[in-house]
Design a protein around this ligand. Structure first.
Ligand code: ZN
Ligand code: ZN
Length: 253
């Protein structure tokens, strides 16, 4: 039912605004989603990054003893205080400015077709990383959020990057039990942690499949990493060989 509403909404939106920039509304002569001037203002993560969470780091950051690979390991101060359950994260963008606005309209204003834009960019910049994995899984929404929104923004993109990369997407691989409040509405770090405890499990039908496999977990934004960590734990508890995270954007504190 929700999908019918989305299709109708999308039809009217496309009729009213054919080929317009999703951010500023400027007409787009050759299709696409974002105009050139808005695109230029989107901040990609480049240069040195934290090898755990993918945040940009300055050269001042000290080398850590963590043995993630044989190269020099750069770990940001946030990651030194919290142990994620996934190995590493890579993000395409910094979660700020225009990009933050774009993710917001993608999630909360029913512009679900933007999954195509994000998927294109992720494939353009992160294909090599994606191809290191056997399967892709997406961080789930709670049932109530899914019902309200009508789509899981992470699932749409995970499915599309699977089609474009050839790495299989395991749909509904992770289940979210209970009715935990959306993380964006909770207050403190501590509350977020309590909010998530024991709510996330692996779908039983994938237990054998993920055994000893390298899993790429996909989410839209990496903030505290707690939700993604709970998902990674569920995968490791079922004998995944490795779990890495891929996100559209990384918040910076
Ligand atoms: Zn624009
Ligand atoms: Zn970090």
């Amino acid at each position: 039912m929700a999908n019918n509403y989305l299709t109708i909404f999308s039809y009217f939106f496309d009729t009213l605004f054919p080929n317009r920039c999703q951010i500023c509304g400027a007409p787009l002569k050759s299709g696409g989603y974002i105009c050139n001037s808005c695109e230029l203002n989107i901040e990609y993560i480049k240069g040195n990054t934290c090898k755990r969470c993918g945040a940009p780091v300055s050269l001042k950051v000290q080398k850590s003893g963590l043995d993630l690979d044989s190269e020099n390991i750069w770990i940001c101060s946030n990651c030194r205080g919290f142990n994620f359950r996934f190995n590493i994260n890579e993000s395409l963008y910094v979660y700020s400015g225009i990009l933050r606005e774009l993710i917001h309209i993608y999630k909360f204003e029913k512009r679900w077709k933007l999954y195509k834009y994000f998927s294109e960019k992720i494939i353009e910049y992160k294909l090599e990383y994606i191809e290191k994995h056997d399967y892709i899984v997406a961080v789930p929404l709670s049932k109530s959020r899914l019902k309200k929104r009508g789509y899981n923004q992470s699932s749409l993109i995970a499915d599309e990057i699977s089609k474009r990369s050839g790495i299989k997407y395991l749909k509904n691989a992770i289940k979210r039990r209970g009715s935990s409040k959306p993380q964006s509405l909770t207050n403190s770090f501590k509350e977020r942690y309590i909010n998530m405890t024991d709510k996330i499990t692996l779908n039983h039908r994938y237990e054998d499949l993920i055994n000893n496999k390298n899993i790429l977990l996909f989410d839209d934004i990496l903030t505290t990493g707690i939700t993604a960590s709970e998902c990674a734990k569920a995968l490791y508890d079922n004998n995944a060989k490795s779990v890495n995270l891929l996100t559209i954007a990384r918040t910076l504190r």
